[in-house]
Design a binder for this molecule. Structure first.
Ligand code: HEC
Length: 99
């Protein structure tokens, strides 16, 4: 009986960790974007701000950079390294920053 309770708790804990991992991963990826895009996505010098953009603006830009349809100096390389899921999650993250 004790074993059952312990294994149920262990299972629940591991499910919890798995659920927490996804937003954490996006937060870490987003922090890497902020080294260029400024604290809190506010922009820096010639680098555009991300904060306050609509989710659809961000996905449109990133998919454009990824395919090469949207010209870029830097973002093409970054966007090519992102999966479609990561683009959607990052867009969600940045569009929610200012709300
Ligand atoms: C090395 C610096 C650098 C990093 C890191 C970087 N960006 Fe950028 N970003 C730029 C520059 C510069 C532009 C302008 C387009 C270009 O020339 O590449 C840009 C443009 C953009 C745009 C278009 C904004 C607009 O209003 O047109 C989006 C969206 C964007 N970046 C998202 C991201 C995301 C998400 C990440 C993290 C995965 C990221 N960037 C990481 C430098 C960077």
């Amino acid at each position: 009986m004790h074993l059952l309770i312990i294994s149920t708790i262990t299972l629940l804990l591991s499910i919890n960790t798995a659920i927490a991992a996804a937003p954490n991963k996006i937060k870490i990826m987003a922090d890497a974007c902020l080294t260029c895009h400024g604290p809190n996505g506010a922009g820096a010098g010639k680098i555009p701000e991300l904060k306050g953009l609509e989710k659809s603006d961000i996905t449109e830009s990133l998919f454009g950079f990824k395919s090469g349809d949207e010209k870029s100096t830097i973002m093409g390389r970054y966007a090519k390294a992102l999966s479609d899921d990561e683009i959607n999650l990052l867009a969600e993250y940045f569009s929610a920053l200012d709300k």
